[in-house]
Design a protein around this ligand. Structure first.
Ligand SMILES: Cc1ncc(COP(=O)(O)O)c(C=O)c1O
Length: 426
C-alpha cells in the first residue's frame, strides 16, 4: 500500500511542484503513490508494491509499459541523435503511413501533445471557414487552453472554467450536450454562420465513458456538412486504439480534420493533426495559419510512433480482437459475479475501454454521470488499490486494457471488482 516512501516524496514534491504533481489528475487524497517502474500490464511503486495498471498513461500504452519492439527501435535511434530541427526521412515515412491508415488524412502535421494538435485543428477551422465560434460538448476535454476549457471533462470536470482564462475567448465556445442531436441541431440552425467547427471525441472518454447512440455520428456528419461547419474528431484517445484507423474507421465516418496522440506513440510524446489537403495546406509555410514547435518531429518520438504503428499493422488481426475480448470478458465477468448488478450499477465499454457507474440508470450523456455516487467510486478506487489494482482515480476518466494484459490479469480484476461491488450492495 501507499506508505513511507511515497508520503516522504509527496512532502518533498509539494515544496517544489504546485500540488506535488505535474498534471492535476495525478493527485488524489491524501497523496498519490509514487511510481518507480513499469513493465507490461504492471507498474511498481517506490514502496515496492506491484499494481495491475488500468490507467495505462490515460490510454497511451496500447501495447503496455516498455514494449520491447518499440523500446529497441528507440534505443537504436538514441545513438544517432535526438533532435535536428531540419527534416528527416522518418517524418516523411510516418506521414506516408498515416495517410494510408487514417481515412481523412491527406496531409499530416506532427506536434508533441494532444492539446497542441486540437488547438491547431481549431485554428485551421477558423481560417478555413472565416468564422469565429467553435462548438464543443459538455464534458469534452481537448487540452488545457482557453477556448476548450469550457465545461471540460477529465481533470477539469469539477470546474466550469479556469481562473486566468479570458472570458471574451471562452465566450466564442458554444456548448452542447453529447448524444442530444435535437439540441445540436437547434444551436447549429441558430448560429451556423458563426460556427467554424464542431470538435468532439467520437466516443466521449474524458467524462467517464459515453458511447455514441446509433446514427448519432452519421447525423452529426450530415448536419456539419450541410452548414459548412468543419467536423474535427479529437481522436487523441480513440485513435489507433479502437481500430488502427481510430473511430473514423470503427464507425465509418470521415471528419474534415482528426487529431491523434496517446496510442500513436505508446507512451512517447507525439501528436498529429490530419486532414484534407485544402485545409492542411493553410498551415505555414505553405499557408498563412501559423503553427510551429521546436520538438515537433523529433527523431525519438517519430521512431516510437513508427514502431508502434508498424507493430499494430503487423499484429492488427491479433491486437484489436484480443484487447476487445479481454475487455468483454472483464465486463461480463463483473456483471455475472456481482449480485443483482443491473439494479445497482452500469458498466459502459467499447473496444478496450470501460468504466463503471454507481447508478442503475443508463449513462448516455454527461448529465447522467451526475447520478453516479462519487463516494462509492472513491471507495472502489481504494479497495482496488489495496488489492494492487490501479484505476484512474476519478469517475470522470476511463479505464484501459493493453495488449500486455493477460487472461490471468483479467480474472484477478473480475474477482477484485466483484468482491468490492458485492460488499457495497449488502
Ligand atoms: C481527447 C483528448 N484530447 C486532447 C487531450 C490533450 O492532450 P495532452 O494532454 O497531450 O495535451 C487529451 C488528454 O487527455 C484528450 O484525452
Amino acid at each position: 500500500m501507499i506508505s513511507d516512501k511515497s508520503e516522504k516524496l509527496f512532502r518533498r514534491a509539494v515544496k517544489v511542484i504546485p500540488g506535488g504533481v505535474n498534471s492535476p489528475v495525478r493527485f488524489f487524497k491524501p497523496y498519490p503513490f509514487f511510481v518507480a517502474s513499469g513493465l507490461g500490464s504492471k507498474i511498481v511503486s517506490v514502496d515496492h508494491e506491484t499494481y495491475l495498471d488500468y490507467c495505462m498513461g490515460y490510454g497511451s500504452l496500447i501495447f503496455g509499459h516498455s514494449y520491447l519492439p518499440i523500446i529497441e527501435s528507440v534505443r537504436m535511434q538514441l545513438e544517432n541523435g535526438t533532435l535536428f530541427c531540419i527534416p528527416s526521412e522518418k517524418e516523411v515515412y510516418l506521414a506516408e503511413i498515416m495517410t494510408k491508415i487514417i481515412p481523412c488524412a491527406e496531409k499530416v502535421r506532427l506536434v508533441n501533445t494532444g492539446g497542441e494538435a486540437t488547438m491547431t485543428a481549431i485554428r485551421l477551422s477558423r481560417a478555413f471557414t472565416r468564422r469565429k465560434k467553435i462548438l464543443k460538448f459538455n464534458g469534452g476535454y481537448h487540452g488545457a487552453y482557453d477556448y476548450v476549457l469550457v465545461k471540460a471533462g477529465s481533470g477539469a470536470a469539477a470546474i466550469p472554467s479556469s481562473a486566468g482564462s479570458i472570458k471574451e475567448i471562452s465566450d466564442e465556445t458554444l456548448i452542447v450536450e453529447y448524444n442530444d442531436f435535437g439540441e445540436l441541431e437547434r444551436i447549429i440552425e441558430k448560429e451556423s454562420e458563426n460556427i467554424s467547427c464542431l470538435i468532439m471525441e467520437p466516443v466521449l472518454a474524458n467524462y467517464g465513458l459515453i458511447i455514441p447512440e446509433k446514427n448519432y455520428l452519421t447525423e452529426i456528419r450530415k448536419i456539419t456538412k450541410k452548414y459548412g461547419i468543419l467536423l474535427i474528431f479529437d481522436e487523441v484517445i480513440t485513435g489507433f486504439r479502437l481500430s488502427i484507423g481510430g473511430c473514423s474507421e470503427f464507425f465509418g465516418i470521415i471528419p474534415d480534420i482528426a487529431t491523434y496522440s496517446k496510442s500513436f506513440g505508446n507512451g512517447f510524446p507525439i501528436a498529429a493533426i490530419c486532414g484534407k489537403k485544402e485545409i492542411m495546406d493553410q498551415l505555414s509555410p505553405s499557408g498563412d495559419v501559423y503553427q510551429a514547435s521546436t520538438y515537433a518531429g523529433n527523431t525519438v518520438s517519430v521512431t516510437a510512433a513508427i514502431a508502434t504503428i508498424e507493430s499494430l499493422l503487423k499484429n492488427k488481426n491479433k491486437v484489436y480482437p484480443t484487447i476487445a475480448r479481454l475487455c468483454d470478458t472483464l465486463v461480463m465477468g463483473i456483471k455475472d459475479r456481482v449480485k443483482d448488478f443491473d439494479n445497482h450499477y452500469t458498466l459502459n465499454s467499447i473496444g478496450s475501454l470501460f468504466q463503471i457507474f454507481f447508478t442503475r440508470e443508463q449513462v448516455s450523456t454527461p448529465r447522467d454521470i451526475l447520478r453516479s455516487d462519487q463516494k462509492l467510486f472513491e471507495n472502489l478506487f481504494w479497495d482496488l488499490l489495496k488489492k494492487n489494482i490501479f484505476i484512474p482515480p476519478s469517475l470522470y476518466e476511463t479505464c484501459f486494457i493493453s495488449y500486455s494484459h493477460s487472461d490471468e490479469d483479467i480474472e484477478k480484476t473480475i474477482e477484485c471488482y466483484s468482491d468490492s461491488l458485492n460488499k457495497y450492495t449488502k
